[in-house]
Design a protein around this ligand. Structure first.
Ligand SMILES: [Zn+2]
Length: 220
């Protein structure tokens, strides 16, 4: 399930080397799972796997932004968030169109690939959630890490259920329905991120310096 916010970008917590190391591990796991789900989704003919990959992309981008641009000016973080939101929206649109195309021309996806990769994605998200959960007491941003990981697990379970449906019905429809739902969530999440980033950029470039610093993303 697409998250708008999976990583803290609070400057204070970033001074903790354990938190930074945890963010690095989360970045590697999410980036790796994004690649695995895209490749497995294309080779296995599963749109739901590709849709699930959207969330891994968004999360990896969040962790990268938290690690890479945290020390920079808020305007640059807003630009990074804008890029992330635009990429997420484009990927969501691509998966939505692919699911629509699959409804008319697609073959039945490989249910076993969907099931295996879906379970692997669930394990990856649980590992990251457990790792980051230790930091939950810090502030609201850290709690959002936990809430988001839980939502991700729901998305992974939806993929596994779709795999069961594809296997049981010998039909692409469970895959397409789950893919379309998740793609729409990714698309709307991408637009939400872009809206917030644009508001941040406006506030940052406004002549009055009295604006309050807001969290970069809403709670996904
Ligand atoms: Zn997520």
């Amino acid at each position: 399930m697409a998250c708008t916010s999976c990583a803290s970008d609070k400057a204070g917590t970033l001074n903790d080397p354990r938190w930074r190391r945890a963010l690095w591990i989360a970045l590697v796991i999410n980036g790796g799972m994004f690649a695995i789900e895209i490749v497995a989704g294309i080779t296995g003919g599963s749109k739901a796997l590709q849709a699930d990959a959207l969330d891994f992309f968004g999360d990896a981008a969040n962790y990268a932004i938290s690690l890479g641009v945290a020390g920079m000016a808020i305007a640059w973080r807003a630009r990074a968030a804008m890029l992330k939101g635009a990429t997420l929206a484009l990927l969501g649109l691509y998966v939505l169109l692919a699911a629509g195309w699959g409804a008319f021309h697609g073959a039945v996806p490989h249910a076993e690939i969907m099931g295996v990769v879906g379970v692997a994605a669930l394990i990856a998200n649980v590992v990251v959630a457990v790792m980051l959960y230790r930091f939950r007491s810090g502030d609201a941003n850290m709690r959002s890490v936990w809430i988001c990981s839980r939502n991700d697990a729901i998305g992974n379970i939806a993929v596994v259920l779709a795999a069961g449906g594809v296997f049981g019905l010998n039909s692409a429809w469970p895959d397409l329905v789950v893919a379309a739902l998740m793609a729409v969530l990714g698309l709307s999440g991408g637009f939400q991120i872009m809206r917030q980033a644009r508001a941040e950029l406006r506030a940052e470039t406004a002549p009055t310096p009295t604006h309050h610093r807001q969290p970069l993303h809403g709670n996904g």
